[in-house]
Ligand binder design. Structure first.
Ligand code: TNX
Length: 540
């Protein structure tokens, strides 16, 4: 008894001494607020692994953003500054990224560090009450870590004006990397034209969900949207109008380069598409010499094209290049050459869809020739799934949109596949029969429909190793403004980004919809015009 009493006394005195020492030297770690904890649990796309540790880091005006000097120092510094630029408007803090040659012990510390399991795009975030460490193998991983950091902060961080709140982040750690290398979206700027500013906002919106490809559909029957210096009338004539007959527009090569550079700074590759040999009326009307006498065919009862005039309706599959016209391949080669010169990314998309008035043998010959030409300009060819009929191989990428037969044919030929199932990820489809914008030929696509699928099981006979990833197209027959774009993108896009990024094991709509509902404040702070689907428990 006496023995145990003295043991207890010893323990108590040790505790008293330790507590006193701590009063002098320890700063008590703040307990994470419910809001910070909820943000941590609501990240989209869902990280591969994450764990909370209970306290909070608080961002303040004295927080330093330290960037470790070393490989790619300028690029890493730019990512640090990109982070500061995201934080400053709402906090009013005027933070600035600064280089350091040693490990930081407080603030935000950003470094490249070898961690092979994270791959080229993964990152690790370790958050304590004093220090946030963001590490990755490559700058892209750091960029994605920054996107996660944005979502860890209160939603008000996305405001463009100073907000009064405490900028808390729950402590814990996150290890994260993508399931698919191709996480893209396509914007149709041909049916309706969108300004450089709109495209930049589109880039920022998809970058926030760790997407890495923007495919620009630059030409179609209704308009030609990229300056080609050797064929100037493509834009001055072919770019004049858009669906409905209003004024169209086009990007000069300088503007296109500006878009490419902006995308690059967000780790997004621009994939330019010139749709051929069909969907080509805007070129045919710009240069009579490209015409060949093949009539523009339109089903009865549809809005017919006027020969010699840019089409302003929304029907598809009525125009074609002519394989025997001697100017055709000069035209194609000039376009592909100029486009390859202003496109640093490795891909050129040649369209190849819905060439309903091109003879099958001509279609195949076209695809084979396009493939040679794209390769001659040092690029890799991408085309819609129909290109599977051509002589394609492992150097080609086919984009699935609805035909299992073509997808399997492409896969059997060794081509890689991008999955864009129209019934799941065509964001121009209406949510339901009441949606004002959009079409419905493929399906009504509610927010759960666009989330509930995986590329692995979509078309079971595909070779999994040939699936590069996912791309979600936004065709623009019915949309004209950034508000329209946002209404069809949100809230479906974040879920599609998650299907592309996060592991499919354990995925559940019921868990996801809660995380999505928790993004409502963020969408509001980002001024996103989104569809308030009744399937989502929105928390405002
Ligand atoms: C089909 S899918 C198209 C586009 C239209 C779209 C409208 C594909 C490769 N082509 O030309 O804009 O449907 O949803």
């Amino acid at each position: 008894m006496i023995h145990s009493y003295s043991k207890a006394t010893l323990l108590i005195s040790a505790f008293v001494v330790a507590s006193f020492a701590c009063l002098v030297s320890c700063k008590k770690a703040k307990v994470a607020s419910p809001e910070a904890t909820l943000s941590f649990q609501s990240i989209i796309p869902k990280p591969v692994t994450d764990s909370l540790s209970g306290s909070a880091f608080e961002l303040s005006k004295s927080t330093k953003i330290h960037v470790r000097v070393g490989a790619a120092a300028q690029e890493v510094l730019a990512i640090g500054q990109y982070l500061a630029d995201r934080l400053n408007p709402a906090t009013g803090f005027n933070l600035k990224a600064e280089t350091t040659d040693k490990e930081a012990s407080t603030g935000i510390y950003i470094q490249l560090a070898s961690d092979p399991a994270l791959g080229a795009e993964g990152y690790q975030l370790t958050i304590t009450s004093e220090l946030i460490t963001l590490s990755a193998n490559q700058p892209a991983g750091l960029f994605y870590g920054v996107q996660t950091l944005r979502q860890l902060l209160p939603a008000a961080i996305e405001s463009s004006s100073v907000q009064k709140t405490s900028w808390e982040i729950a402590t814990g750690s996150i290890r994260d990397y993508p399931q698919y290398a191709w996480r893209g979206s396509m914007l149709d700027v041909a049916r309706h034209f969108f300004s450089v500013e709109d495209v930049k906002r589109y880039i920022d919106l998809i970058a926030a969900y760790k997407m890495n490809v923007l495919h620009l559909h630059l030409s179609d029957d209704q308009g030609w949207r990229i300056e080609i210096k050797s064929w100037p009338k493509l834009t001055t004539e072919g770019g004049k109008t858009q669906v409905g007959g209003e004024k169209g527009g086009f990007y000069t090569q300088e503007q296109y380069k500006d878009i490419v550079a902006y995308a690059q700074s967000r780790y997004i590759t621009i994939v330019p598409e010139i749709d051929m040999p069909g969907h080509i009326n805007s070129a045919l009307v710009s240069y009579a010499e490209l015409n060949s006498g093949i009539p523009l065919k339109m089903e009865p009862g549809k809005v017919r094209p006027t020969p010699g005039k840019v089409y302003t309706g929304i029907e598809v599959g009525f125009s074609t290049l002519h394989i025997k016209n001697e100017r055709t391949f000069q035209f194609v080669d000039d376009v592909l050459r100029e486009l390859s010169e202003i496109t640093p990314g490795p891909y050129l998309h040649i369209g190849g869809d819905e060439a309903a008035v091109t003879k099958k043998e001509d279609y195949i010959a076209f695809i084979n020739k396009f493939k040679e030409m794209v390769a001659a300009h040092g690029k890799q060819m991408i085309g819609w799934e129909e290109i599977a009929q051509g002589n394609i191989d492992s150097t080609t990428i086919a984009q699935y949109w609805h035909s299992d037969k073509y997808a399997q044919m492409a896969s059997a030929k060794g081509a890689k596949l991008i999955m864009s199932p129209s019934v799941k990820v065509y964001l121009d489809m209406k949510y339901d029969s009441l949606t004002k914008l959009g079409l419905n030929w493929a399906a009504y696509i509610e927010v759960d429909d666009s989330y509930n699928w995986t590329p692995q099981t979509l078309s079971p006979e595909l070779e999994q190793k040939n699936i590069l990833g996912i791309e979600t197209p936004l065709w623009s027959e019915t949309i004209q403004t950034m508000d329209d774009i946002e209404f069809l993108l949100f809230p479906r896009l974040p879920g599609i980004a998650e299907v592309a990024w996060s592991p499919s094991a354990g995925r559940s709509w019921d868990a996801y919809k809660v995380r999505l509902g928790n993004q409502a404040k963020r969408f509001k702070a980002m001024d996103i015009n989104y569809y308030r689907s009744t399937k989502v428990p929105w928390v405002d």
